[in-house]
Design a protein around this ligand. Structure first.
Ligand code: FES
Ligand code: FES
Length: 164
């Protein structure tokens, strides 16, 4: 057992874990950040996706002890506390969910994409979201939501928020 010191959603947190504890377990069971979902536990579905230093990563496959001082952002950390992140808002506007189990991972992957590419083509969106599985099959609405988020971020002159 060791005590980890992590940066999660802008907060310094600690967790007492063993060497093999996944970041997903720390987020959900130690920090009560249950917006990040457990799907397959094998890196195949994307439900557990979080941002680590701005990159979309599978938290189920990431040992918490490997993260160090990198900045972790979960779905709970995207909003500024007053308004939704533009990608979250776009998913709502486009009704890009059914059961919503995949949604937090989808949104995090979309944020990572828009962080590095402010104007993705449809093919680039499909490619970037390829590792996120939606069992409800609302892929067309998800693509529209990412396109809308890109437009909204551009129109608001707020593209840098995609990497928040
Ligand atoms: S739970 Fe991590 S990829 Fe499925
Ligand atoms: S909305 Fe149900 S899994 Fe995607």
């Amino acid at each position: 057992m060791e005590t980890l010191h992590l940066s999660v959603n802008g907060n310094r947190v600690t967790a007492d874990v063993d060497a093999h504890t996944s970041l997903l377990t720390v987020l959900r069971e130690h920090l009560d950040l249950t917006g990040t979902k457990y799907g397959c536990g094998e890196g195949q579905c994307g439900a557990c996706t979080v941002l680590i230093d701005g990159r979309a990563q599978r938290s189920c496959l990431t040992p918490a002890a490997s993260v160090g001082q990198k900045k972790i952002v979960t779905i709970e950390g995207l909003s500024n506390g007053v308004e939704l992140h533009p990608v979250q808002a776009a998913f709502l506007k486009e009704d890009a969910m059914q059961c919503a189990y995949c949604t937090s991972g989808m949104i995090i992957s979309a944020v990572a994409l828009l962080n590095r590419n402010h104007h993705p083509t449809e093919a680039e969106i499909v490619d970037a979201m390829d590792g996120n599985i939606c069992r409800c099959g609302v892929y067309s609405r998800i693509i529209r939501a990412v396109q809308r988020a890109a437009e909204d971020l551009t129109n608001s002159g707020n593209a840098e928020r995609a990497g928040s």
